[in-house]
Design a protein around this ligand. Sequence first.
Ligand SMILES: [Zn+2]
Length: 83
Amino acid sequence: MEKKSCDCFIGYLSGEEVNKSNISYQVESIEKIQPTFKAYGILKGEPLNKKQIVDNRRGYLRRFAFCPHCGEKLNWKSILENI
Ligand SMILES: [Zn+2]
């Protein structure tokens, strides 16, 4: 059987779908936009850094345990190390 490589769908970040290949880009976008939101009074509290954005307790990131496309168990430790 042919094994296709999968850009695993790993969860939601701030309501948007994230894949292995774009999570770091999306975390960066949030990090960049937050000071603007803060300036316009949309953001309550202080702008977050990348590590805070992916912190479970902040509620921005909803993580899947397995990729719904290929069924691979997601290695969050290694995913988050690359952010
Ligand atoms: Zn996958």
